[in-house]
Design a protein around this ligand. Structure first.
Ligand code: TXA
Ligand code: MG
Length: 333
């Protein structure tokens, strides 16, 4: 599977209209974006947003991204600093989420923002998601469409497997092009901070800003979703290794363990974009073989490698739920 395939199959106008009607009634729609599939609901409705938190089993202190139709819709929600404006000009629509100061008359409801004075906004670059936002006529709150703490979904089947009857409709446009969640950047005061590495590399952002992104103090959880254990398959992970034993599966990169019997290679040619596209799907596939361990080959941290290694480290971290409570292996958190 390559990152640059043919264009995704698009749902029909009727499919989009039916899904928009579900949104307007306060329901939940699984919808593809260029990063991962989202679980979308009306971002202006506390009741609809409550359904997202319940379906994902996500703690309500962890705010959601509001997806907007265009720049004007984003401006209606928040105050953009000059840096935020530059980044939106350069990268929207696309895999960048901007955390900015919410306007007092923002229509994105407080529960979507977990009560914060800021709001996370994204103008996604996917025709199906764009059509759904337009048809619903309002911003859509959409976290990744997995149960909290689990591997993010990059196909409609992943969404159905994880959420089953808790999602009212799933729009299917095949596999997500990027396969890693959006990069989250906070522009709240002078400093521009990287809250979550993702599908847009740090280097491209720093290029536009002309300065380095400020990191986040580890003691300060600004993006509550950036918890240590996250994106976890059932099997434990051993990272940065080229040694495997019996009963162990191998997630390879650039053909470092060519003879492993149970092996998927994120990118035989060592291409980080292709590896990002394949990461979550391959973790799920290897997990289905119920290995004792998934051994992961070393992956460089340049470009999209920063986000890839971030997700792998979270997947390998000691297992706790998003609210910090221990969870049993194999149990959704
Ligand atoms: O690519 C993506 O970003 C996908 C697609 C569906 O758009 N969405 C996604 O959403 O990954 P989610 O909910 O899984 O991650 C959103 C992250 C969380 O870590 C949350 O804590 C952070 O955004 N976030 C949301 N609002 C915030 C705010 N006001 N301040 C800081 N972090 C915020
Ligand atoms: Mg997520």
């Amino acid at each position: 599977m390559s990152a640059s395939g043919s264009p995704p199959p698009l749902p029909s106008v009727d499919d989009i209209e039916r899904a928009a009607a579900v949104i307007r009634r306060g329901g939940l729609v699984g919808v593809p974006t260029e990063t991962v599939y989202g679980l979308a609901a009306d971002a202006t409705s506390d009741a609809a947003v409550a359904r997202i938190y319940a379906a994902k089993r996500r703690p309500t202190f962890n705010p959601l991204i509001a997806h907007v139709a265009d720049r004007a819709a984003a401006d209606a929600q928040a105050h953009f600093t000059p840096a935020a404006r530059r980044l939106a000009d350069a990268f929207w629509p696309g895999p960048l989420t901007l955390v900015v100061r919410a306007r007092t008359d923002a229509s994105v409801c407080l529960s979507a923002r977990a009560g914060l004075g800021s709001v996370a906004l994204r103008w996604p670059d996917h025709p199906t998601m764009q059509a759904l936002i337009a048809a619903a006529g309002r911003p859509l709150a959409a976290p990744s469409a997995n149960r909290s703490g689990r591997v993010s979904p990059v196909s409609a089947a992943h969404v159905r497997d994880d959420l089953g009857p808790d999602v009212d409709v799933v729009l299917d446009s095949g596999l997500c092009r990027i396969g890693l969640e959006s990069t989250i950047v906070a522009c709240l005061d002078g400093a521009v901070r990287l809250l979550r590495p993702g599908g847009l590399s740090r280097a491209r952002i720093e290029d536009v800003l002309g300065t380095e992104l400020v990191g986040v103090d580890a003691t300060e959880i600004i993006a509550p979703g950036a918890l240590r254990s996250h994106y976890a398959p059932n099997a434990p992970l051993r990272l940065g290794s080229v040694d495997y034993g019996k009963g162990e599966a191998v997630l390879d990169f650039g053909g470092q363990m060519p003879n492993a019997p149970c092996r998927l290679d994120l990118s035989p040619t060592g291409d980080l974009t292709e590896a990002g596209h394949n990461l979550f799907a391959y973790l799920r596939q290897l997990d289905e073989a119920k290995p004792q361990i998934i051994v992961v080959a070393p992956i460089p941290s340049t470009g999209l490698g920063e986000a890839l290694n971030d997700r792998l480290q979270r997947a390998a971290a000691p297992r706790t739920g998003e609210d910090g409570t221990p969870r049993e292996r194999g149990m959704p958190s």
